[in-house]
Design a protein around this ligand. Structure first.
Ligand code: PLP
Length: 284
């Protein structure tokens, strides 16, 4: 396996960045995870757009142009023989002696690209089982709309979920509303059949999969509301699920040990999963 680090492919195990890289020192770095479907990168443009936005919001230089980055991402997938899986891209502000202030003159941004295969059949089997989630306070910083590698609150939330036998943590704001998952966007389907997900107004990461699904359900003519929902509303929902690039639509069957609906993956959720799968396949 190989990784692209600062201008060349290296054997994955020997790929390294300097100890004074700002990703190491300050998590002064942003990233993207792009799904690979049948060898093709899914929703690539949307991921590159979000990466550009993350860089812009942090006044960070792009390591290379979009075309070149696309070539590197595809080549990383190819060299690692990834037909189904994901490509990981990380950009940091570069290596410089430890100082909070941006390096002046700017350092050369560090680019890391790696790729990993997933066993699609195993993932599918696991996904359709449905997952348990817990709720836990959202203790993240105020700019969660930027996809930075400063993920320690997400790490702690997901570890807490694991200790309670759950696969994801739904983060709750001070008013009792769910923001999103530790590494996914949160959705419910109300008893009236309305899809609800929080607006991407700064309190969440604007998920690429969330955007694709929003367009899909609008095309299908299903009622959908972009608004915040509470934990109580989620517990009373007919169905619940999460979206993320690597899992697409994944059913949620328990929240804090309470069954959602009949405690099995919802019919509409599974339908949306199939449809999104088809969209991903077509886009790839
Ligand atoms: N929210 C958070 C906090 C995430 O880390 C992720 C992705 O990993 C998502 C949402 C889902 O975003 P996407 O659909 O672009 O993968």
């Amino acid at each position: 396996r190989v990784a692209w680090v600062n201008g060349r492919f290296r054997p994955r195990q020997r790929a390294a960045i300097p100890i004074d890289d700002r990703a190491v020192l300050f998590a002064d770095s942003v990233y993207e995870v792009c799904e690979v479907f049948g060898g093709a990168l899914v929703d690539l443009t949307a991921h590159l757009d979000r990466l550009d936005r993350s860089l812009r919001e942090l006044a960070m230089a792009a390591p290379m142009g979009r075309r070149a980055l696309t070539v590197v991402m595809r080549e990383t997938a190819r060299r690692n023989r990834v037909r189904d899986g994901m490509v990981y891209v990380q950009v940091s502000r570069g290596a410089a002696p430890r100082d909070f202030l941006f390096p002046d003159p700017p350092a050369k941004p560090t680019l890391i690209v790696t790729a990993r295969s997933i066993d699609r059949a195993a993932a599918e089997a696991r996904a359709v089982q449905g997952m348990a989630v817990i709720t836990t306070p959202d203790i993240r910083w105020g700019r969660v709309d930027i996809k930075t590698t400063g993920l320690l609150p997400n790490v702690l939330a997901k570890e807490a979920a694991r200790l309670r036998g759950a696969r994801e943590a739904w983060l709750t704001d001070r008013d009792g509303f769910i923001t999103e998952g530790g590494s996914s966007n949160a959705w419910i389907i109300t008893q009236a059949g309305v899809l609800v997900t929080r607006p991407a107004d700064g309190g969440i990461l604007r998920g690429v999969t969330r955007g694709t699904l929003l367009r899909l359900v609008q095309e299908m003519g299903l009622p959908v509301e972009e608004r915040a929902f509470t934990r109580a509303e989620a517990l009373a929902a007919r169905e619940a699920f999460v979206t993320a690039a690597t899992t697409l639509v994944a059913p949620v069957i328990r929240i804090d040990d309470e069954a959602i609906g009949d405690g099995r993956p919802g019919a509409l959720t599974l339908e949306l999963r199939r449809r999104l799968h088809d969209v991903a396949e077509m886009a790839a």
